[in-house]
Design a protein around this ligand. Structure first.
Ligand SMILES: Cc1cc2nc3c(=O)[nH]c(=O)nc-3n(C[C@H](O)[C@H](O)[C@H](O)COP(=O)(O)OP(=O)(O)OC[C@H]3O[C@@H](n4cnc5c(N)ncnc54)[C@H](O)[C@@H]3O)c2cc1C
Ligand code: FES
Length: 277
């Protein structure tokens, strides 16, 4: 059992949780995630490890309500305990001095670039962050990102904060002014795909963090299959970070929609998982 020590509301339906998890905190690295389960018959969902404190033995998770399990998690409060927390999972990104790195985060992709910004900055990179959301109140972790970035740009779709428009509009400008050595993009699939195309047009390598449906998170079920450079990869063990230019985003989008009907029924309470019965 893992106790929730702090909870902070970041935006409508988005909370951050500081959770007691000393063993995970000891070995967490940028790019890792956890799989959690809230009850015996509960679904398992993956969440990025946004930050960690090895001394305190805690990890930071950020969760946006999308359906049943993320809603149930967001209802938990300080003092509540999480039944299972498996991690750290995945292959961390290579943290080294690339030169200038642009980190692009959209929505709840921002937690996934927070620890990357922190580690890449500590390695001596010039870190330029671009974070975006639909509107001002949805923009999360702005101050935390600013503290680990040399420059930060914010965009909102409706212009209620920062630049009006998309993160990729700013990315184009930063690429022409700073000639970065690497672009890392994490967020909704269309955003990552667009960021990769912008980077590719200037021959800049890119890394994206993929978010297919995951079940065990350890390479056993095959649920998280993605195609990268024409090869099948398991995002939970081979990723979730991959060379953006090699990802089949079309396939990823369609696989993400695969269980929409079941998810909707589960949310309405019409479907109860019978696995393991
Ligand atoms: C490596 C990784 C890291 C992630 N990190 C974060 C994070 O830091 N913060 C955050 O808010 N969200 C994160 N997600 C997405 C999060 O796991 C889903 O929002 C969550 O599983 C939705 O479950 P649900 O029951 O609430 O919604 P559902 O109604 O079951 O599903 C809503 C949508 O969420 C996605 N989804 C559903 N089940 C899963 C699953 N088991 N694995 C992956 N996606 C699923 C599907 O696209 C689905 O259509 C991450 C996903 C991955 C793969
Ligand atoms: S989640 Fe089962 S193999 Fe990746």
């Amino acid at each position: 059992m893992h106790k929730i020590l702090e909870k902070r509301n970041l935006a409508p339906k988005v909370n951050s949780f500081t959770i007691e998890a000393p063993q995970i905190a000891q070995s967490a690295q940028a790019g890792h995630f956890v799989v959690l389960r809230l009850s015996e018959k509960g679904e398992r969902i993956p969440l990025t490890i946004a930050d960690w404190d090895r001394q305190r033995g805690t990890i930071l998770l950020v969760c946006q309500t999308f359906g049943k399990t993320s809603e149930l998690f967001n209802r938990l409060d300080v003092g509540d305990e999480i039944l299972d927390l498996l991690g750290p999972l995945g292959t961390p990104i290579e943290v080294k001095n690339y030169g200038t790195v642009v980190l692009v985060g959209g929505g709840v992709g921002v937690p996934a670039i927070l620890c990357k910004a922190k580690e890449l900055k500590a390695e001596g990179n010039k870190v330029i962050s671009i974070i975006g959301a639909q509107r001002k109140e949805m923009l999360i972790l702005r101050e935390e990102m600013a503290s680990h970035s040399d420059e930060i740009y914010c965009t909102t779709d409706d212009g209620s904060y920062g630049r009006a428009g998309l993160v990729t509009d700013v990315l184009k400008e930063v690429i022409s002014s700073d000639k970065p050595d690497l672009v890392i993009a994490v967020g909704p699939v269309p955003m990552m795909r667009a960021a990769v195309n912008v980077a590719k047009a200037s021959d800049i390598p890119s890394i994206v963090s993929l978010n297919p449906i995951m079940v065990d998170g350890t390479g056993m079920c095959g649920c998280c299959r993605v195609s990268v450079a024409g090869e099948t990869k398991f995002a939970c063990v081979d990723g979730p970070a991959f060379d953006g230019a090699q990802v089949d985003f079309e396939e990823l989008s369609s696989r993400q929609r695969f269980f929409r009907e079941e998810e909707a029924r589960s949310w309405k309470g019409e479907h109860q998982c019978q696995c393991g019965k």
